[in-house]
Design a protein around this ligand. Structure first.
Ligand code: UDP
Length: 333
């Protein structure tokens, strides 16, 4: 099957000579999803054109397009002649009614701009978009891209945007209650928020910056637990923040690291398989934090669960099924 995969084109930080690649150089949830899905689809024998991520590395079966604009994207797709177009750009690179069979994975909150042939990451996200029937396919993880460690160092990890809706402050409060250091990794686009956490939790929280490469995989593998204490407010698009898919959950689990999450959005659906999902308003006290940490699943079980539920081969097979539906002319919303 020939698939045109559309990634949202974003510059790499302030650098106007580079685009965020697939996989990304650092932070990049959608770019990791696209990279992992491509891993699975190439293994299944698909031929892929990747648009919106110039500078990414090509492989047999994978062509990288230079297109980053709407018009250039349409020209590139036309030349490629796909069986199906898979949009991850929320309509940025694909018209509402494209001349090819198309599906759209929604990565954000709320009602998407184009509803036709949507795919959601969780029941919570689908419900918030007002859809009842669209497929739900979880975010994938490729175990070969992560390090597995059964023995851990003594710290808790926050990995993501250091932002209100991601619960970095709640992570520091939990770590303090647990008596463990917290490593905060990720871009801090709201410096005052980060500064407030470091000021209020000086003996607990340390900021290690945005991480990539082995720095990232080692942190994921060595942490006692990953804290994903997502909050229902403070999101980048206003309104209620409903955690849509949370790539970091599968990434931690495949590294043998359990997840302590809130039950916000997708987390109520996925985190209990590889850890716990707590009510966001639950303030941790030392007794509860210690009890939670003591009850988490073992590393080998976590890795096996992540591969079985979210492994790239499993998720690519689900996408192929949906691509076939779209290519056969089926539509849904
Ligand atoms: N990430 C990274 N380096 C960082 C912080 C995050 O590579 O310093 C990655 C992380 O591993 C995950 C992605 O960025 O793959 C964040 O995706 P997630 O779905 O968890 O959060 P969101 O996309 O909602 O910010």
């Amino acid at each position: 099957m020939k698939i045109a995969m559309l990634n949202p084109p974003h510059r790499f930080g302030q650098d106007t000579t580079q685009w965020i690649t697939v996989p990304p150089q650092g932070y990049g949830g959608i770019q990791w999803v696209v990279a992992t899905l491509i891993d699975g689809l190439l293994h299944a024998g698909c031929e892929i054109l990747l648009v919106g991520a110039p500078g990414s590395i090509s492989r047999p079966g994978l062509t990288i397009s230079d297109a980053t604009t709407f018009d250039a994207t349409l020209a590139a797709i036309r030349e490629f002649g796909p069986d199906v177009v898979h949009d991850h750009t929320n309509g940025e690179l694909l018209p509402a009614d494209p001349p090819w069979p198309a599906v759209r994975t929604h990565h954000l909150n709320g009602v998407p701009e184009h509803l036709a042939n949507g795919i959601y990451l969780s029941r919570a996200q689908r419900q918030a978009a007002g859809s009842a029937d669209a497929p739900i396919i979880r975010l994938p993880v490729n175990p070969d891209r992560y390090t597995y460690r059964a023995s851990k160092d003594r710290f808790l990890l926050f990995l993501g945007r250091v932002s209100v809706h991601k619960g970095a402050r709640q992570a520091a409060a939990f770590a303090q209650a647990a008596g463990l250091p917290l490593k905060l990794a990720g871009p801090a686009w709201e410096p005052d928020y980060l500064h407030g956490i470091l000021t209020d939790y000086p003996d607990t929280a340390a900021y290690v910056g945005e991480v990539g490469g082995t720095g990232r995989t080692e942190l994921l593998a060595l942490a006692n637990a990953l804290l994903v204490l997502s909050q229902p407010f403070g999101g980048p698009f206003g309104g209620e923040w409903i955690e849509p898919g949370a790539t970091v959950v599968a990434e931690a689990a495949v590294s043998g690291t359990p997840v302590i999450a809130t039950d916000n959005g997708c987390l109520a659906e996925i985190a209990p398989h590889v850890g716990v999902a707590l009510p966001p308003e639950e303030a941790p006290d030392p007794e509860l934090a210690t009890k939670i940490l003591a009850g988490l699943p073992a590393p080998a079980h976590l890795r096996a669960t992540a591969i079985e539920r979210w492994g790239h081969h499993v998720i690519a097979a689900k996408y192929l099924e949906v691509y076939r539906r779209a290519a056969a002319g089926n539509t849904w919303s």
